[in-house]
Design a protein around this ligand. Structure first.
Ligand SMILES: *Cc1c(COP(=O)(O)O)cnc(C)c1O
Length: 845
């Protein structure tokens, strides 16, 4: 038996992968061969591996279709309240394996491919990631879709079908290069275009008075073409829809030029309009006030609201002719969740439709709008908050600007009545900022226009209430809520770590995949030697697999017995990859100073994309790579310490890296990371965390107990205190010789001998205007890392802690998060009930 035969035999026994029945395997083989022939128009002599991937994808998709249609019929028949999740980002990653898992046919597909001499994992690896997101915010939307379908909610995701997702990152000579992500090049087998539901979206024009009120006229129209993708729940026969809009020029676009005779130019110009859905803006936690981005936001919102209202009106249970005519019930039948302020134009757009188009009085329309919309805040970093120039709105969306002004007028009247004479408060709470260029504060608009505002971890929600939005909280305390983020255990354990899933299943069965709190039962096994051994064996296998991948893809050899210390996330100053870098340099200097001293070997991996315009973040990547060059090639260091920059971090790479981690780095300055979700993925996969009391780390520590996590650094209060007292990096530089040595090396060209000034700007940031107080946390970070190394030597202790991590991660299932949103914001009850199996023909011809 070959290695892959043994792997295959092992997989066959596994029930979480779905029962392998002969009929099912036979049907899959037939459908697969039919797709090779009829869909791909190939025979097996000329078919490529990619053809086989597509044939399998189509085969798996066929298994969704009846469930998809029947789920949508079920919603029409029962008319439950619909939940609409509006997001400019969906970071989906790959779809094939996730679909097989949720349908319970992974085992059967695996067997079918094996019988036909194909390696299913090799086929899976040919799928492009759907990278329509930047980082945590976009991945959260993807996890939420999975949970909403699994909980049986009548939910819809709405967004933009970007032709280019997040760029592919290449590292050349230690520098990031961006390559366009042409993810649709070979076609997308999961989507279905719906040209019959194409809708117009208006831009520019002006506003006039009519006897029926204000009207927006003389606009330029662009069409929004919907593409639907199926979102299957986990083994419950529910299939929801993700509807993404693509921009299309109207046929009559530039008619004037057609008539002028410049036909060719007019056809070319159609591209200009279609650019709206061309590319995802690659900024994470940063607002760039570009006109095209504003158009994207409105394009998505305007098309989506038309769709929502059309579906509401065409309800089977409407009053007359089976159609709803009034909007009285709208907030009882529709919930709209705004993923950050990016879709916040939904508020003035819904007002415009209700008042200008449907003819409702303002007060009625405002009541409906605020009872329908809810807003999730994702950051407190000031540079990330959306503040659109009034001038830009004036030209692109003149009627919306008027509506925003009127909302503000009524809002400030309310503030003024509550706090008479407090004019400075009016200025601070206004939706319009008047200092410098006039701007609309979209967070203020979202708060005023929503019935619920939530942060994404308890500490973050508290910060919103007592600093960022304190005065809004004072006026409307009932609006403010917390919904701590979560991750889907299907992708982030079942899919990415099948061997750990099996070990868990052998002890507590398989219900944990939908009731993650059941992992608690593993606590009693934390000191069980046999269980520790099986968890340790899985971790070691995962580390070996990652080591193989690193050698194959990057040609680097790592010591699989070393501690795998991993920080993967977008590169940002607040996430403090530089603090990690200071630790690496400190370890290096210690080895050099005393080469024969005992040392716990580490492989430190850092990965993540920098926004293309964020020059300091790119410089940080360069520094990490340069430090790696020095450390990795120093014979004195040997295999005690290795530094690897992981190229092109994305969902698919996360699935390979996280199961192999021993240590997860979550080291943001307290008060800056709203929640984090990477932290939860590592915890669920049995890595220990070194982290600050920031975001969800706080609640993770609470769940597992402080003895199972390495917490260091300032608390939010201590950071505030330091800010008040005044932070001076030199105090720490002069007091801490190891920190001083690191800074001197960075600024003195030790890591850039050919260009000694290369990292001077990094030194300047650290010593002169560091908003994230790296040196204030340096000493405790290093001491805590020393503790990590010490505990790692005691493998029994380490495994006990790792098992406590896994066992305590139940709270961080996105099923729990979505259940909380459903009951406390949307006013719907999760059903958890499966729909009946569709009676598909045995042999789908
Ligand atoms: C989970 C995830 C993130 C978010 O990670 P944080 O550490 O919470 O910032 C970013 N990118 C990818 C690809 C992810 O899977």
């Amino acid at each position: 038996m070959s290695m892959s035969d043994i792997d295959h035999e092992k997989k066959k026994q596994i029930s979480v992968r779905g029962i392998v029945d002969v009929v099912n395997v036979g049907n899959i083989k037939k459908a697969f061969n039919r797709h090779v022939h009829y869909t791909l128009v190939k025979d097996r002599n000329v078919a490529t591996s990619r053809d086989y991937y597509f044939a399998l994808a189509h085969t798996v998709k066929d298994n969704l279709v009846s469930r998809w249609i029947r789920t949508q019929q079920h919603y029409y028949e029962n008319d439950p309240k619909r939940v609409y999740y509006l997001s400019l980002e969906y970071y989906m990653g790959r779809t094939l394996q996730n679909t097989m898992i949720n349908l319970g046919i992974q085992g059967a597909c695996d067997e079918a491919m094996y019988q036909m001499g194909l390696d299913i994992e090799e086929l899976e690896d040919l799928e492009e990631d759907a990278g329509l997101g930047n980082g945590g915010l976009g991945r959260l939307a993807a996890c939420f879709l999975d949970s909403m379908a699994t909980l049986g909610l009548a939910a819809y995701g709405y967004g933009i079908r970007y032709e280019y997702g997040i760029f592919a990152q290449k590292i050349k000579n230690g520098e990031q290069l961006e390559e366009p992500d042409d993810w649709l090049r070979y076609g997308n087998p999961w989507e279905k275009a719906r040209p019959e539901f194409m809708l117009p979206v208006n831009f520019y024009g002006h506003v006039i008075d009519t006897p029926e009120g204000r009207k927006w006229v003389n606009t330029q129209v662009i069409f929004a073409m919907p593409y639907d993708s199926p979102i299957p729940g986990y083994k419950n026969n529910h299939v929801n829809t993700l509807r993404l809009w693509s921009a299309k020029s109207p046929i009559e676009f530039n008619l004037k030029f057609f008539n002028d005779g410049d036909y060719i130019q007019a056809v070319f110009d159609r591209n200009l309009a279609e650019n709206i859905s061309k590319v995802l803006y690659p900024n994470d936690n940063f607002f760039e006030g570009k006109e095209l981005r504003l158009k994207q936001e409105y394009f998505m919102v305007a098309a989506t609201l038309q769709d929502i209202i059309r579906r509401y009106k065409s309800s089977k249970f409407g009053s007359r002719d089976h159609h709803r005519t009034g909007f009285e019930q709208f907030p009882d039948k529709v919930a709209i969740q705004l993923n950050d302020t990016h879709p916040s134009l939904a508020i003035p757009e819904l007002m415009r439709v209700l008042v200008d188009v449907e003819g409702l009085p303002w007060e009625k329309a405002w009541d409906i709008t605020t009872r329908t919309c809810a807003y999730t805040n994702h950051t407190v970093l000031p540079e990330a908050l959306e503040r659109w120039p009034v001038s830009m709105l004036q030209s692109i969306l003149p009627r919306h600007l008027e509506i925003i002004y009127h909302i503000n007028f009524l809002h400030l009247k309310e503030v003024g009545a509550r706090y008479p004479g407090d004019f400075d408060r009016l200025r601070r709470m206004s939706l319009i900022e008047e200092d410098g260029e006039k701007r609309v504060n979209m967070a203020h608009l979202s708060i005023v226009g929503s019935h619920a505002i939530n942060g994404v971890a308890r500490i973050h929600s508290e910060i919103l209430k007592d600093s960022v939005f304190r005065e809004f909280y004072e006026m409307h305390p009932d609006k403010f809520q917390n919904k701590t983020n979560g991750i889907t255990p299907r992708r982030w354990l079942l899919l990415c770590n099948p061997n750990l899933s099996d070990v868990i299943e052998s002890k507590i069965g398989s219900d944990w995949a939908v009731h993650l709190e059941q992992l608690q039962q593993l606590k009693k096994l934390a000191r069980d030697q046999n269980f520790q051994r099986s968890v340790a064996k899985v971790k070691q296998e995962n580390k070996l697999r990652l080591a193989e991948l690193l050698e194959k893809e990057y040609g680097v050899k790592v010591n699989p017995a070393s501690l795998f210390d991993i920080q993967v996330k977008r590169i940002h100053e607040y996430k403090r990859q530089l603090l990690n870098c200071l630790h690496i340099i400190t370890l290096y200097n210690r080895i050099k100073k005393n080469p024969s001293a005992p040392f716990v070997p580490r492989t430190i991996m850092i990965g993540g994309k920098a926004a293309p315009g964020y020059l300091l973040a790119k410089k940080i990547i360069k520094l990490i790579c340069s430090v790696g060059q020095v450390v990795n090639n120093d014979p004195i260091v040997g295999d005690k310490l290795k530094v690897i920059f992981l190229e092109n971090y994305r969902v698919t790479l996360a699935e390979k890296i996280i199961p192999a981690a021993d240590l997860s780095e979550q080291i943001s300055t307290a008060g800056t990371e709203a929640s984090g979700t990477g932290n939860m993925k590592f915890m669920l996969n049995g890595a220990l965390t070194i982290g600050t009391l920031d975001g969800a780390n706080v609640e993770m520590a609470e769940e597992m107990g402080n003895e199972n996590i390495f917490i260091f650094g300032m608390t939010v209060d201590e950071v505030e205190d330091l800010k008040r007292r005044g932070y001076n990096a030199w105090d720490y530089y002069n007091k801490l010789p190891e920190a001083k040595q690191c800074i001197d090396q960075i600024t003195g060209g030790f890591f850039s001998p050919n260009n000694p000034d290369e990292f001077k700007d990094i030194g300047d940031v650290l010593m002169k205007w560091d908003r994230f107080y790296l040196l204030a946390d340096y000493e405790d970070y290093i001491k805590t890392q020393d503790k990590v190394s010490k505990v790692y030597q005691d493998s029994t202790k380490w495994m006990e802690m790792a098992i406590h991590n896994i066992a305590s991660s139940g709270k961080f299932s996105s099923d729990r998060t979505i259940g909380d949103y459903a009951r406390e914001i949307w006013g719907v009850e999760p059903s958890w009930k499966a729909l009946p199996d569709p009676h598909e023909p045995r042999d789908v011809q």
